[in-house]
Design a protein around this ligand. Sequence first.
Ligand code: G3H
Ligand code: 13P
Ligand code: ZN
Length: 314
Amino acid sequence: MALVNTKKMFEMAYKNGYAIGAFNVNNMEITQGIINAVAEEKAPLILQVSRGARKYAKISYLNAIINVVVKENPDIPIATNLDHGDNFETCKQFVDDGFTSVMIDASHLPFEENIAVTKKVVEYAHPRDVVVEAELGQLGGIEEDVVGIDDVSKHIANPDEAVEFVEKSGCDSLAIACGTSHGAFKFKSEPKLAFDVIQEIGNRLPGFPLVMHGSSSVLKEFVDLINKYGGDMPNAMGVPEDAVSKASKMAMCKVNIDTDLRLALTAKIRQVFAEKPGEFDPRHYLGPGREAIYEMVKHKLHVLGCAGKAAECV
Ligand code: G3H
Ligand code: 13P
Ligand code: ZN
């Protein structure tokens, strides 16, 4: 199977109450950990590339890795997404490079400008069979190349605006700020998602797929390993997995996960370095890291409910 766009995946996810995992890829080991899990669990898959990933690895290298993944997994529907495209030109480049989905993240711009640039991307992407994700409201957290805001609770998406935005921009899916943020420090106290807003936007846009960014759960087992073996991540906190599951059963059809991959890899590498100080073969620490990602993603596919759903998304 060639690469697919997300239309059929989202249609099935919406209808049957699950979400597709959208995992960020930065190198070969991360990508292999993800695809090995997805192939084992027979799940549909979105592989996505951020601006930071492009800067680190170059899109040509990441594309080559992704092409091998697609070729070696003919039974798995795989979509490729530009994560947080910052302007029209970046989105155009990824459409031209053969990605099947692009995200235009103009959520920091005034509402009308966000609509205008999203519409421009849609007009370029749709004739080329590429789908467009847009963003409304602002997320918090700071990644290398995605800067968030401080208090996420003040920037929850507005349902009236969401309806108007989707109608006017023609986007295929919408990332809505709902209390999550990027990275490993998502909440200062109790984790809290705006399920009422997710529900209301879902009700007012029947059949329309929503996207949840900042969905990592910041799993305790990895944070504990990191802290045990010389790391320093006090107060790390993510979205509890039952909240991710609940959102996946609602209109959230795409759930973005990057931090949990980073934590799994880092925890295992730290463990190897601490337990085997003489180790210097990268395969002997990247390998366990890849294995940890594999186990984590396998588990996550059940949290999202998309395990076993590859065939129906074709
Ligand atoms: O959206 C955020 C992703 O985790 C990407 O972050 O820019 O550090 O690659 P990055
Ligand atoms: P996390 O930092 O929670 O993994 O979110 C990743 C993300 O939203 C990528 O766009
Ligand atoms: Zn994001």
